[in-house]
Design a protein. Sequence first.
Length: 136
Amino acid sequence: MKLSQKEIGEDLELDMSPMIDMVFLLLIFFIIASQVIDEKPEVSIPPAAFGKVPDDTTGRLMLSVTKEGKFFIGSDPREKTIEQVKDQLDLEISADPELRILIRADGETKYKDNEKITIACAEVGAQDLIYSVFEE
């Protein structure tokens, strides 16, 4: 029994509609995901005449302090008390003793609030702290 073969000149069609739909769905997903990832508490970073922006800030735990004295960890929009910040830092330090911390303090933050966050970091054993500034 001989099976029939397709003619050599016959064109095959490829439906591109599902592929285009998937590209648009992926595009929408990444646009929404990037907006969610980049949300941080609103903080006005101060300029510094002798400030130096580090080459590598990746892998640092971000702590934010607003001018009202509110504390935030990472991009979590929920306000934390200094005790909650200290507990979270203690957990992070116990998981990674070489944890590096980036403190984003508003330019109008009172000294006592900056002192609280620095003391909390020192009490849990964090040694690599930097404050975020803009170079002038």
